[in-house]
Design a protein around this ligand. Structure first.
Ligand code: BG6
Length: 506
């Protein structure tokens, strides 16, 4: 393991939910696995009037996410690394308190003053915080590196994303800015690249000659939970597709990078975003289906509709489901349709990438009852993480009857390997200055360039339908019509990777 520099993590928006649910547990795991350097501290910044003691109690000592994972002693030791500073983020003068807090911790350090500023506040404050950090010279790298982590949403549309990039670049260099997309921290997402480029058996087939279509699903069974206020201004397209799902698309579709290095990989990814065929207004009307969940009963329990959720407008037209079909205009993918969908209150929580291979052209086994396209390679991102290959096998006995069978690998078979949580991996990478799994400014803008026309078309043509779907179902039926071809439907994934109900009866 490389030596990790002494450093301080400053979390803006520390009284928010993310700190308690993700950031603190991630750093705590790093602590338990001995990844933290000799001198390390976390300073939580928020408006609430807390002190070190009450903050430690709130986010560490009473944090259920930690209690279940480690001993009381480990938790108490970890708590001693954590501090709090209340601060008015929009008031430049208030940042002196941060300088003083940093100084009081640095006095025990002999080396460089390295700092990660982690922005987990409402996005409208990102520019202001970066500016105020810079006013006091806290971005100055003369006495140690400074990095800025920015949570999503990164912009609200193309114009705001460009403006935000510009604002941050006024105070930080691009290589100091780490735009986090937690999907990239998932082990199974990184494995997409490894499966493609470490094996010689897949890559020769990975193109328009052999692949019929690519399907990506990210389904959630939960509704908007307590985030109605934020979500109603965002919707599924901004919340999931612009970032997480397009990142998956880029990993499936990119060309092999020249090296496993941040810029080599990110250069290939941005080319995919730049090659997405722009959607015209007509394309949006026919190839983008949006929906909103309605009240229903799931396993006997009443579930409220989206418009009844706290923080949501009663007449809201925000989509909680979106499915789209699009193409990547390049040599490898010309005319291969990509289908992606994401939604809340679907039957189960599952994310997966399905590569559908073309059927063979010579049907020797005519009596076989296989579907046309039996060969699929499925990357299960979560849960029941794994990889599944589907192929035809002869049914034992007379004749040449065939059936589709599964060959699978599941991560839970790796009992001796620790699989880190996405935030744990990403925070560790940032601590080491590795931006490979973070989004670069140009690629965020290129992804918005594809999404923006969809948003504009929806805004302009208010008559474009938003279909209601009962909570607990697979979204609007119209999404099924997106997939063209006889017998071709979305794979209906269930919680278990191998159980998709697609086996043929004999
Ligand atoms: C977040 C979205 O980025 O990702 C949430 O804002 C969504 O709405 C979440 O629930 C899904 O993440 P995961 O890791 O549970 O698939």
């Amino acid at each position: 393991m490389a030596i990790i520099d002494d450093q301080i993590l400053v979390i803006f928006g520390a009284s928010g939910d993310l700190t308690e649910r993700k950031l603190i547990p991630a750093v705590h795991n790093l602590y338990c696995r001995n990844y933290l350097p000799g001198h390390y501290a976390i300073i939580g910044i928020g408006r609430s009037q807390l002190d070190d003691k009450s903050f430690r109690k709130k986010v560490i000592l009473e944090n259920e996410n930690l209690r279940n994972r480690s001993s009381k002693k480990q938790i108490e030791e970890f708590a001693s690394l954590v501090y709090y500073q209340s601060l008015e983020t929009s008031d430049p003068k208030s940042y002196r308190k941060l300088t003083e807090k940093l100084d009081s911790i640095y006095k025990d350090y002999s080396g460089n003053r390295n700092v990660i500023f982690y922005l987990s506040t409402p996005p409208k404050l990102y520019g202001t915080i970066a500016e105020n950090i810079a006013r006091l010279g806290l971005n100055n790298e003369d006495n140690g590196w400074k990095r800025l982590v920015v949570e999503k949403p990164f912009g609200y549309d193309l114009t705001s994303a460009r403006a935000l990039n510009q604002q941050l670049l006024d105070y930080f260099f691009e290589d100091q800015i780490f735009r986090i997309d937690h999907y990239l921290g998932k082990e199974t997402v990184q494995n997409l690249m490894v499966t493609r480029f470490a094996n010689s058996i897949f890559e020769p087939l990975w193109n328009r000659n052999y692949i019929h279509r690519v399907e990506i699903t990210s389904a959630e069974s939960v509704g908007v939970e307590k985030r109605g206020g934020y979500y109603d201004g965002a919707g599924a397209l901004r919340d999931m597709v612009q970032n997480h799902l397009l990142q998956l698309v880029s990993l499936v579709a990119m060309e092999p990078p020249s090296k496993i290095e941040a810029d080599a990989i990110r250069n290939e990814k941005v080319k995919i975003f730049q090659s997405l065929r722009p959607l015209s207004e007509d394309d949006v009307a026919s190839n983008v289906i949006r929906g909103q969940y309605m009240a229903s009963k799931i396993r006997g329990e009443s579930v409220r509709g989206y418009r009844e959720e706290p923080g949501v407008e009663p007449e809201s037209r925000t989509e909680t489901y979106v499915a789209l079909k699009f193409f990547i205009d390049n040599w490898r993918w010309g005319d291969v349709p990509f289908y992606i969908r994401s939604g809340k209150r679907l039957p189960t929580r599952v994310s997966e990438v399905v590569i559908h291979f073309k059927p063979n052209h010579h049907h020797l086994f005519r009596r076989s009852r296989l579907l046309n396209n039996q060969n699929m390679l499925i990357f299960r991102i979560q849960p029941n993480e794994g990889v599944l290959l589907k192929f035809g096998l002869k049914v034992p006995g007379s004749g040449f009857n065939t059936e589709t069978v599964n060959m699978d690998f599941q991560y839970n078979e790796l009992t001796d390997k620790y699989v880190p949580d996405a935030y744990e991996r990403l925070i560790l990478d940032c601590m080491q200055g590795d931006a490979t799994l973070y989004a670069r400014g140009d690629s965020v803008e290129a992804a918005w360039e594809f999404i923006d026309p969809i948003l504009r078309t929806w805004e302009k043509n208010q008559s474009l339908s938003i279909f209601g779907y009962p909570a607990g179902t697979w979204g609007p039926e119209h999404a099924d019509d997106l997939i063209e071809g006889e017998n071709m439907i979305w794979r209906q994934p269930s919680k278990n990777l191998t159980d998709d109900g697609n086996y043929c009866e004999l």
